[in-house]
Design a protein around this ligand. Structure first.
Ligand SMILES: Nc1ncnc2c1ncn2[C@@H]1O[C@H](COP(=O)(O)OP(=O)(O)O)[C@@H](O)[C@H]1O
Ligand SMILES: [Mg+2]
Length: 285
């Protein structure tokens, strides 16, 4: 009995520290494939909300989108890690990312007693984006980067005690919708909401010294160290935008950014409410 009480008490200083604070949490696409895992993540988010924190969710959906593309007879194509997005793919994105996946997360959070509302970066002008091409100058279709965040819709929802669930689709000034990287959207949103933390939930333990060795976790990185890892090409693929996003976010004033393993059951509770952090923490050196 005493042991259980002491476990609960361990959380007290963390609950006090994060009470009333905004946490921007990004859910990686692969995590949303596993029913049991999804449920435990939703429980954690709702619990954090009920003890006074303000979680704001940004989600990916890569695997599901690729599946839907294949169903429609389209072959997913990536250039420098970015999905080539023609008009038909954009339609799939609206249906799948902005529709099915977004609403599934809302339903899941609400099932556990949360009050979640699904929006996309297009709603309320939340994410103004502009079209980009690949570094080597190839056309990527409707792929964009964040130009400006107007967080008022999100702030409004948080002030009213809702949990915003954001699909990473933005709009440009001409009214085109654009496909955005969810890590970057989360990282740009966090400083605009004066968030306490950015937490990227993914399918690896964090930044690894050797991507093939799960035991080579780098548990903390300064901004300089993180940048050096990108420059030295120690990280590749989807980890590149994650580390870059964390660096940008901390540079913009958010104290800490974390990359953690969403496949570890209750990783959010462990990271936020216990003494030992998990994953990789990026902070100013
Ligand atoms: N040094 C590294 N440490 C950890 N992961 C890495 C590293 N380099 C590349 N990766 C890759 O980055 C992936 C995470 O990015 P991504 O697939 O986009 O996940 P998400 O759906 O969470 O955005 C990992 O599964 C891993 O394959
Ligand atoms: Mg990714």
């Amino acid at each position: 009995m005493e042991e259980r009480a002491s476990i609960l008490l361990e959380a007290l200083p963390y609950i006090q520290r994060f009470y009333g604070k905004t946490l921007v949490i990004k859910l990686g696409g692969t995590l949303l494939e596993d029913e049991e895992l999804k449920d435990s993540i939703y429980q954690d988010i709702v619990l954090l909300n009920y003890v006074g924190m303000k979680p704001t969710i940004v989600h990916g959906g890569g695997t599901e989108i690729s599946k839907e593309m294949e169903k429609a007879g389209k072959k997913p194509e990536f250039i420098e890690g970015l999905r080539v997005t023609d008009e038909e793919t954009m339609e799939i994105l609206h249906k799948s990312l902005g529709g099915k996946i977004n609403k599934e997360i809302v339903l899941g959070l609400n099932k556990h007693g949360g009050h979640a509302i699904g929006v996309s970066g297009m709603d309320g002008g939340l994410v103004q984006a502009k079209k980009i091409e690949s570094k080597s100058g190839e056309d990527l279709g409707f792929v964009g980067e964040v130009e400006e965040i107007n967080p008022s819709i999100t702030q409004y929802l948080l002030d009213e005690d809702y949990i915003p669930v954001i699909a990473p689709i933005g709009a440009d000034k001409e009214g085109n919708s654009l496909n955005l990287n969810a890590d970057i959207v989360a990282a740009e949103l966090a400083p605009s909401l004066e968030a306490e933390k950015l937490i990227l939930l993914t399918d690896v333990p964090g930044v690894l010294e050797d991507p093939n060795d799960e035991d080579s976790l780098i548990s903390s990185l300064t901004l300089e160290e993180a940048q050096k890892l990108v420059e030295d090409e120690k990280i590749t693929e989807g980890m590149i935008p994650k580390v870059q996003a964390c660096v940008k976010c901390v540079e913009s004033g958010v104290e800490r950014a974390h990359i953690i393993n969403g496949e570890t059951p209750h990783s959010l509770l462990l990271e936020l409410l216990t003494e030992g952090g998990i994953g990789t923490m990026i902070e100013r050196g």
